[in-house]
Design a binder for this molecule. Structure first.
Ligand code: HAM
Length: 419
């Protein structure tokens, strides 16, 4: 069977890269713990209605990008294109919407969107997201943004910018759609082909188009004009508090989001090192979604960050990280007679948290040393021959200097940890 490959837009994360992924997740968990978020893991596939009912029937993510199929039982199922809808489904299903307290969840895992693959745009990609239920306060929006800042800082990123806007309440949104239609219709011919279509179906998305002509026309739109006084005050409170807490941000009166569930505060983080798809993450408030999906009227807010893009941004700032070495030492044998001893020694060292590779093949010592030098040029080889076994010692070879010394088995773990 020739030429089997991963599907376009999906990637293998090979061991050399996996270390960077693990580091991202570990750093994120450390920050999330400080804010009291708990992990939630939802299935990768859901009944399609979970997404069609929440993200908006007209949203491109539903109409063009969702992996949608009929399963063997004839049910319409989808691979999750994002995490919020699944978390809301779980929140309602397990009755968490009926408890009074604020609930804070985070998730990390793959999402699927059938987009044209490009740098920073994958068909299977990974998000780290958070969702907070039970608070309508503008201060909650700010706290979520503080968390986002700490995550980005924790990963060591600096070249990012946070943009915030208000999308108002449901009535405001209707006014916004009218506003954009009214402002754009006279210039219809200057819009790109997709945006001419959006003018009928989903005018707000025009503000998100990357075509030059559409960007120019969007500059004249100030969505805050359509926001009611109550939602406007919510937004002012958010921006005042962000300033007071010294969270760097810019107001962006054209910012819209690709998903339709947002109300009031909406935001995006972009990064200068990312090129065309420069959004590292995005999110906002979605006060109507829980009720719309069949739960109680519970306000909520959250965001998700694209981890592939975080790694690309880190690489643009710091270069590729060096590949991590999985071993501290290599146990080599002079002849096959010592392989059993080598395994026993490796086992006892591993019990003491030393990371060791043990030779298990019948091959000359010279070849083992070559292999060890390739894997760990500045590492150590523990050589076991007949004499070493008889005396309960090993000959330790320092691969960078070529120097050798003898160390007792019982001392070996302490010896290597001291290096
Ligand atoms: P989103 O803006 O659709 O929001 O996605 C969040 C992030 O996921 C993007 O900023 C980007 O970094 C990454 N991303 C999206 N699509 C792709 C792709 N095809 N390839 C690589 N990365 C991608 C949401 O998904 C919302 N659920 C966020 C949210 C949570 N809002 C409230 N709570």
């Amino acid at each position: 069977m020739a030429g089997l490959k991963a599907l376009g837009g999906t990637s293998d994360i090979l061991p050399d890269e996996a270390a960077a992924w693990q580091a991202l997740e570990e750093k994120a968990r450390r920050v999330l713990r400080r804010y009291g978020y708990q992990e939630i893991r939802t299935p990768l596939i859901e009944e399609a209605a979970v997404f069609t009912r929440s993200l908006g029937e007209a949203a491109e993510i539903v109409t063009k990008q969702m992996y949608l199929f009929e399963d063997r039982g004839g049910r319409s199922v989808a691979l999750r294109p994002e995490g919020t809808a699944s978390v809301v489904r779980a929140f309602i299903e397990h009755g968490l919407d009926r408890t009074a307290s604020v609930s804070r969840f985070y998730y990390a895992g793959p999402m699927f969107r059938a987009e044209r693959p490009q740098a920073g745009r994958r068909r299977q990609f990974h998000q780290l997201g958070v969702e907070v239920f039970g608070s309508a306060s503008p201060y909650q929006d700010v706290e979520v943004l503080c968390l986002l800042r700490r995550l980005l800082e924790g990963w060591g990123l600096s070249g990012w910018a946070l943009k915030v806007n208000s999308l108002g309440c449901r009535e405001d949104r209707r006014r916004m759609v009218d506003q954009v239609r009214r402002q754009m219709s006279p210039h219809r011919a200057k819009l790109c082909h997709d945006c001419q279509e959006r003018l009928e179906k989903n005018p707000l998305r025009i503000l998100d188009c990357k075509e030059k002509g559409c960007i120019q026309l969007s500059q004249a739109v100030d969505l805050l004009e359509s926001v009611c006084p109550t939602c406007r005050e919510h937004f002012e409170q958010v921006t005042r508090t962000l300033q007071a807490l010294q969270v760097p941000f810019q107001r962006d009166a054209h910012l819209v989001r690709g998903l339709e569930y947002y109300t009031r505060t909406a935001f995006e983080v972009i990064h200068s090192g990312l090129g065309a798809h420069n959004a590292l993450g995005g999110g906002g408030r979605y006060d109507d979604l829980v009720e719309q999906m069949g739960g109680a009227a519970v306000p909520a807010t959250g965001f998700a960050v694209g981890l592939e893009r975080v790694l690309l941004a880190l690489e643009s700032e710091q270069g590729k990280p060096p590949a991590a070495r999985p071993w501290d030492a290599f146990v080599a044998t002079v002849s096959p007679a010592q392989i059993g001893e080598a395994l026993a020694l490796a086992e006892s060292l591993r019990q003491e948290e030393v990371r060791v590779f043990a030779n298990v093949e019948d091959r000359p010592l010279r070849r083992q040393l070559e292999q060890a030098s390739k894997w760990m040029p500045d590492g150590f080889v523990f050589i076991l021959g007949e004499e070493e076994v008889a005396k309960g010692i090993v000959t330790v070879r320092n691969l960078s200097t070529g120097k050798q010394e003898q160390v007792r088995h019982s001392e070996l773990a302490r010896w290597i940890k001291g290096r």
